[in-house]
Design a protein around this ligand. Structure first.
Ligand code: GLP
Length: 259
């Protein structure tokens, strides 16, 4: 894992946006895996800016989002689809036919999940997957104890996750109990992963994911098995990393010498 620690969220987001933009510049028909939550907001803002001011072209890009709440329509204010429209898709030139977000209203959920996996395969697989991390170490909605080989499926949310996400709803009772989520196995098949972690409330989960044992109790720790992961954290999220100084030296060296 390459751990990149930046002084604050906004510097880290701009750094992450550059990495993603480089993928799109090198491969205009890239397949991007995208995440929701407050973590990638700065990254999406910067991508929008690059599109507007620098002509970053998304016209040939295909996107797949990680997850969506079950029972929530794509137009509903809390839906992840609407979140993506409002924060990214409405402001760049990706055709909506190339955008994929799981459908929370799908009648045949297992069938929909299988079709989602197939669509990813048919698109040639995900070139780069953006990830946040839950305070309990989840990625997408793969809660602790999720199989590290899991595929896209419905998953029941933990109370911790429901409480963490309650800020987007009027009341805790309104937070759905289930979500459709790419599996850990699905995520591990992406060619590259970019995991972002910001704020002190992610410090414990990030340390467990990066430096703890690989365990289904911390689904993000499965990324240790992936050959190409970049973790971009701000200082507060990196606070509990035992090898923080080493990661910083390694980054400084890479920036200086290219190695
Ligand atoms: C949700 C999403 C995850 C996200 C996590 C953290 O549970 N399903 O993909 O990483 O929240 O959210 P935030 O970025 O708001 O801290």
């Amino acid at each position: 894992m390459e751990v990149i620690i930046k002084k604050d969220q906004s510097t880290a987001s701009v750094y992450a946006a550059r990495l993603l933009a480089d993928v799109v510049k090198v491969k205009p028909h890239a397949v991007l895996g995208l995440a929701t939550g407050s973590t990638p907001l700065g990254l999406y803002r910067e991508l929008v800016r690059m599109h507007r001011e620098e002509g970053l072209d998304f016209s040939r890009v295909t996107t797949f989002n990680l997850d969506e709440y079950v029972g929530v329509a794509p137009t509903h204010p809390v839906s992840y689809h609407r979140f993506m429209n409002e924060n990214l898709f409405d402001h760049i030139n990706v055709p909506s036919s190339q955008v994929h977000v799981p459908d929370g209203l799908a009648e045949d959920l297992p069938g929909h999940c299988r079709a989602y996996e197939e669509a990813i395969r048919n698109a040639g697989g995900i070139d780069i997957q953006v990830l946040g991390i839950g305070s309990d170490g989840h990625i997408a909605f793969n809660e602790p104890s999720s199989s590290l080989g899991s595929r896209t499926r419905t998953k029941m949310l933990t109370e911790e996750t429901r409480k963490d996400n309650a800020r987007f709803f009027d009341r805790l009772e309104d937070v759905p109990h289930h979500a459709i989520t790419m599996g850990v196995g699905t995520i591990l098949e992406s060619a590259r992963c970019l995991m972002l972690a910001f704020g002190g409330n992610k410090a414990g989960a990030l340390a467990a994911a990066v430096e703890g044992p690989v365990t289904s109790m911390v689904p993000a720790s499965a990324l240790q098995l992936h050959p190409r992961v970049q973790v971009i954290a701000d200082e507060p999220a990196a606070a509990r990393l035992a090898l923080k100084a080493y990661y910083q030296q390694a980054l400084a060296r890479r920036e200086e010498t290219g190695r």
